[in-house]
Design a protein around this ligand. Structure first.
Ligand code: DGI
Ligand code: FE
Ligand code: FE
Length: 195
């Protein structure tokens, strides 16, 4: 691990609660493994993994204040479904607080919850690593998706999205973010290409 990643890891230990920190480290290592498989820099993937939930443990009122301070524009959906804010705000804090300037890393943090159409390899890796890291045990089809992620990443992204939509559809008070639906359409219906 690079010195820089070791420093970010230490900072995340302070910024997150115990469980979130454990999840974060797992996502970072999973993302690094996927990066090796798909031939991109594993240290870059590790950084994105470490920071993907950096805004997750900030209380909601504070999240709104920070979004105002840094002019992070929230959609109407995010304003009412505040659990989604940590992705966009996380990308902003990765830049302002943790000194990240790599746009691909910032995009990967921003889109890690809903995805977006036509994602870069790193964006897809963070989106997928967040779902399949070894500590996750709630989602259905995890063994299959874990294997799929290392064989066909676009197919894994599609499966994660369709399972997430099915899960949210069954749950009470869990409206679907329009971006989650758009991402689903891109990866599952159009069978669109990737960057
Ligand atoms: O932050 P994590 O828990 O590691 O994972 P995440 O960033 O994917 O956030 C997970 C939560 O986001 C999970 O409870 C499902 C929710 N989520 C994802 N897409 C949507 C969504 N919630 C709503 N309401 N609508 C969505 O489209
Ligand atoms: Fe998250
Ligand atoms: Fe996460």
């Amino acid at each position: 691990m690079t010195e820089k990643n070791a420093e970010i890891k230490k900072k995340m230990k302070k910024a997150l609660d115990k469980d979130r920190y454990r999840h974060t480290v797992s996502v970072a290592y999973t993302a690094a493994c996927l990066a090796m498989r798909y031939a991109i820099d594993p240290e870059v993937a590790f950084t994105a993994g470490l920071l993907h939930d950096c805004a997750k443990c900030i209380p909601t009122a504070e999240k709104f204040k920070l979004c105002e301070k840094y002019k992070v524009e929230l959609s109407d959906f995010e304003k009412t479904n505040t659990a989604l804010i940590h992705a966009k705000l996380g990308a902003c804090l990765a830049e302002k607080r943790y000194g990240i300037s790599d746009k691909d890393i910032l995009d990967s943090i921003r889109t890690h919850t809903t995805g977006e159409p036509d994602m870069s390899l790193l964006q897809k890796i963070i989106f997928t690593a967040d779902y399949i890291e070894p500590g996750r045990d709630q989602a259905s089809n995890l063994p299959e998706i874990r294997q799929m992620a290392f064989v066909d990443l676009d197919k894994a992204v599609c499966k994660i999205l369709s399972d997430t939509l099915a899960y949210l559809g069954k749950k009470k008070d869990a409206p679907i973010d329009p971006m989650t639906r758009k991402t689903y359409e891109f990866y599952c219906e159009q069978k669109g290409g990737s960057k």
